[in-house]
Design a binder for this molecule. Structure first.
Ligand code: AHR
Length: 860
């Protein structure tokens, strides 16, 4: 599908020599992999005219890489074996690693585009040096198992089902691998006789990649050379106000994922870290000995602080603290998330569950104490009883403190159990209980996002089946929620759960867009299975699908007549949340395992809830196997919308502004669920922000099929980032929106629901210049305003003449907002003013700038 136009000329030119040059009809093609990079580099090719001297194609360019297992230790291709099949396809099999009882298979019509991979578990032990051959319409696969040093084989006709593995003798293992010399060193692989056109295609593919890489790597640091001699450009924008098409009114939204401490320690206003004593070394896969139930807690004074699980407040929350004091004075402190930030005069609600296990016991003194030892707030709770009892008290800070600690001091000796120790600012967003940090939530609300996607990302599909995010674990009383490992290697309490997400959406007027796993975990999972994506066993899928149906009922069901509607009402929201969109899957590896489960979920939702728009998934990239296969499934099932993801260089965004122009309007709509411009060092600066703005103008232009878009990731706590760049950085006290945030905010605050026809021309034939100036014109039916967005990613001003048709009568001035500065500007802020306008006016776009004009039509 699409993407052909800009390449056409290059491809034609590159393919012309084959017509003229003195080239052979056929050649030798060598297929191989190396173990240089632990097998991560995948399948390479070399060719030879005479069968003696070999040249590698693209110097070990990768034509197929392995998708099996987690990043780092897995995703290896060992000893690939390639044959030309009876079905006209090439079939490649390879060994995955030294231990797993599976091999990998993928097929290709041309050795360039590859179909989905599969990893059949045919062996009882490991599966090395696999070989494939044809036998009477079938394929025979043989391999060596080094655990018993025997050879095995099995047969298949379709690479979906395989006969049982049988021991074979050496003559049946048809290993035709050869060793050849290449300039990169010796290589082991197979020799094939192919038409020269096959070799030419592989070479052309490498040349095309190199050409595109060159464009994608263009950066502003090279602009002084690239644009030497360019002083300014003249541009002409003609706006035809009478010609328009409707576009999505949901285009700009946000994608919230608990990454970079975005939830606990971030948007979720809880100030106590590890409040439930449920941190476990598994959260960090055993790599941090200090990451356990006592993390963030310290005990000082006489006595002991231990962790118990004998009789918890709730089975879902089994660990709790036990303090044993022979005399008063012992105190338990919590350090919060890099300290507890306090604001003078603000009230903080402390609550905890306590149980007197031994001794008479007494009240608990709770204090907020600075690093200097000063007490900034103090209060005393009621007396614990012999059963779990929730105690609550209010604390008011008497100063601003960036990094206080919470101290709990039993006033009498004895043995006491504590759990769910919580400290919340009373001033949460909209004053919600168990609410969100006001400043962060407001910063998000200021974007005016039209939807919120949650809870991920990788968090949604999780690290292995057991880590798939289950929405039911995140609702109800906090002590009953099931905390779990966060795939980004920390801990999620579930305190910010589905109820809070939906409530936030309602509070900011955004559509909730929950994303649920498609019955498969993250393809990069490192735990919970045999290394590959795997999937919920089919026998458990009914239950899994029921959970999804229950979610729809929980969100939309009647409080009086439905079970889940009633549960929502009991939690404090009798009115339905009005859920309209549901994402199924997150950039999954598209395998048969995925397709089977996605189809089951999709068909059930379509049947039971035709009112819900299901959003499918098409892999993590803008092209390639998952993208193509994901789109094919979406078309086959008629999925209304698909979620595309791509993180690319600014150059990519500059040179792919036509990405959606060529999309087939009869297929699924698009939700661009994750995108961002990435530069080396991963800053979020004016250069990346302008590349995104440039691209967002194309999203508006294609707003008839691109329904939603969200930058990713959203939030990052200083010192706790797993991913850069992000849109908003923060610490305990400050919120630090990036330059890219300002772009999102300008789009969110200047959205329209119709796209106005326009033409922008720049007085040059130089594509590098032309592609750096972009425009979109929209109109909002509510405001009636005509909104013109102009991006100039050039190092010089673009002197622009704007012409509107004479029938359009407007106010004589327009609001102009400009975001500009140096390309490396990290926290730039836009500036607004009023400018005089008419049906033909001049508007200079400063070098490296994003300009928004709001033009008001004169009331007649
Ligand atoms: O946005 C960060 C991550 O990027 C998301 O979790 C995942 O979907 C993507 O790979």
């Amino acid at each position: 599908m699409k993407k052909i136009l800009p390449l056409t000329c290059i491809v034609t030119i590159l393919s012309l020599p084959a017509l003229f040059a003195n080239e052979p009809d056929s050649a030798w093609l060598f297929s191989y992999a190396t173990e240089r990079n632990a097998g991560h580099d995948g399948l390479h090719f070399a060719y030879s005219i005479d069968g003696q001297t070999w040249q590698s194609i693209g110097s070990e360019a990768s034509f197929l890489t392995c998708d099996y297992g987690s990043w780092g230790s897995q995703k290896r291709m060992l000893t690939p074996y390639l044959i030309s099949g009876s079905d006209g396809l090439w079939h490649c099999i390879w060994s995955l690693n030294e231990q797993d009882n599976a091999f990998a298979h993928a097929a290709s019509p041309d050795l360039v585009t590859w179909k989905r991979q599969s990893y059949p578990r045919v062996a009882s032990d490991n599966c090395l040096n696999p070989v494939i051959s044809r036998k009477a319409g079938n394929y025979v696969i043989t391999w060596i198992s080094t655990t018993d040093n025997k050879l095995y084989g099995c047969e298949t006709s379709d690479f979906k089902t395989y006969s049982a593995a049988q021991a074979i003798n050496a003559s049946q293992h048809n290993n035709n691998r050869k060793v050849i010399e290449l300039s990169e060193g010796q290589a082991t692989g197979q020799i094939h006789r192919v038409a020269w056109s096959q070799v030419a295609l592989l070479k052309r593919t490498v040349d095309n990649h190199r050409y595109w890489d060159m464009l994608h790597n263009e950066r502003t640091v090279d602009d002084p050379v690239r644009f030497a001699g360019l002083n300014s450009v003249d541009a002409k924008l003609i706006i035809r106000t009478g010609e328009s098409k409707p576009i999505s009114d949901l285009l700009t939204g946000i994608f919230f994922e608990d990454i970079n401490y975005a939830a606990d320690g971030g948007l979720y206003a809880e100030l106590v870290q590890n409040r439930d004593f449920e941190y476990t070394s598994e959260d960090k896969q055993g790599r941090d000995p200090n990451w356990n139930s006592t993390h963030s807690w310290n005990f000082n004074g006489d006595g002991a602080f231990t962790i118990d699980t004998m009789a918890p407040v709730h089975a879902n929350n089994p660990h709790y603290a036990v303090l044993t004091l022979t005399q008063p004075g012992g105190r338990l402190t919590n350090t919060g998330f890099n300290g507890i930030a306090l604001k003078k005069g603000e009230t903080y609600d402390l609550s905890l569950f306590a149980k007197q296990l031994d001794g008479k016991g007494g009240q608990l003194s709770v204090s907020l104490i600075g690093k200097n030892g000063k007490t900034y707030a103090q209060a005393t709770t009621g007396r614990p009883t012999t059963g779990w009892k929730k105690l609550a008290v209010k604390l008011t800070a008497n100063a601003d403190v960036p990094d206080a600690r919470l101290e709990i001091k039993p006033l009498a000796p004895g043995k006491i159990a504590l759990d769910m120790v919580s400290l919340f600012p009373r001033n949460t967003f909209k004053g919600r209980k168990n609410g969100l940090r006001n400043d962060l939530a407001q910063t998000l609300a200021d974007i005016k996002p039209r939807f919120v996607r949650f809870p991920g990302g990788c968090v949604a599909h999780g690290d292995g089946i057991g880590n798939i995010y289950r929405w039911k674990n995140t609702i109800g009383p906090l002590e009953s929620r099931k905390p779990q490992r966060n795939i980004w290697n920390y801990h999620q309490t579930g305190g910010l759960g589905y109820f809070e997400y939906f409530q936030f959406c309602e509070d900011i007027g955004a559509e909730p867009l929950p994303v649920l796993a498609a019955g498969v975990p993250c393809q990069n999972s490192s735990s919970g299975g045999g290394g590959q994506q795997g999937g919920i066993p089919l026998c458990d899928m009914d239950e899994y699908i029921q959970d999804i149906l229950d979610l729809v009922e929980w969100a939309n069901g009647d409080a009086g007549t439905t079970k889940w509607g009633q549960i929502r009402a009991q939690a404090g929201h009798p009115k339905p949340f009005n859920l309209k969109y549901l994402g199924i899957g997150n950039e999954d590896l598209i395998t048969d395992i995925f397709e089977e489960r996605f189809t089951l979920i999709f068909n059930t939702l379509k049947e039971k809830h035709p009112e819900i728009t299901v959003i499918g998934t098409v892999g993590p990239f803008w092209k390639g196997t998952d993208y193509e296969e994901g789109w094919a499934i979406a078309s086959k099932l008629d999925v209304p919308m698909v979620d595309e993801h791509y993180y690319q260089s600014p150059g990519w965004f500059i040179y792919h502004q036509d990405f959606y122009d060529n999309y087939d309007r009869s297929r699924s709509n698009v939700y661009l669920g994750e995108y961002a411009a990435h530069l080396p060092g991963r800053p979020n600066n004016l250069e990346t922000a302008l590349a995104e703005a440039l691209y967002m103008t194309t999203l508006e232009r294609n707003g008839d099929i691109v329904s939603m878009a969200s930058y990713a990731p959203l939030l990052a706590r200083d010192g706790n980032t797993q991913w850069n760049p992000d849109l908003i950085y923060f610490n305990g006290l400050e919120v630090k929106p990036t330059t890219g945030y300002q772009v999102q905010k300008l789009f969110g605050n200047n959205a329209g629901d119709s796209y106005i026809s326009n033409t922008l021309s720049v007085n040059t034939n130089d594509d590098k210049v032309r592609k750096r100036v972009a425009v979109s014109v929209v109109r909002g039916s509510q405001s009636g305003d005509l909104i013109v967005k102009l991006v100039n990613l050039l190092p010089v001003a673009a002197k622009t003449r704007v012409t509107l048709d004479s029938t359009f009568t407007m106010e004589s001035n327009a609001q102009r907002t400009i975001l500009t500065g140096k390309p490396d500007g990290l926290r730039l802020i836009p500036v607004s003013d009023l400018i005089d306008i008419s049906n033909d006016f001049a508007c200079e776009l400063p070098a490296y700038s994003f300009t928004v004009l709001r033009i008001k039509e004169k009331s007649k």
